[in-house]
Design a protein around this ligand. Sequence first.
Ligand code: BTN
Length: 131
Amino acid sequence: FPVLSVGAGLAFAQDMVTVGSAWQNQRGSVMYIESVGPDGSFRGVFVNKAAGTYCQNTPYPMTGRTNQSALAFVVNWKNGTEDCKSITAWAGYISGGHMTTKWNLSVAGSTKPDQIMSGVDVFKPLAFEAH
Ligand code: BTN
């Protein structure tokens, strides 16, 4: 877990988005990084904990990219438990050890019209805990 890297002030997202790292946003949601590629790609899962949203508390596959301090990642809110017929894409950067993002949540309309919601999420590295 790259807590020492934070102290060293590393700016590159690929130095912080590492296998086994976990990030929590201000809504309580957590993303876990399970693999990273040499091209700046990464994969993992996202557990949504945001109040007032659907598809909470089970892991959804997440894929992303880093390029220097910049990064972006996507979650399709469909897994074996639930299908919320929506997709979120976050884009942001890592600076000062925090990940600042803006997101768009695209919701497919069924009874309601299609719509895009948007907001800001700030993720901080979750301290690794051994169990
Ligand atoms: C849905 O409600 O259609 C699916 C869940 C969406 C959760 C959103 S994604 C952006 C924001 N940040 C979070 O951690 N959760 C909400």
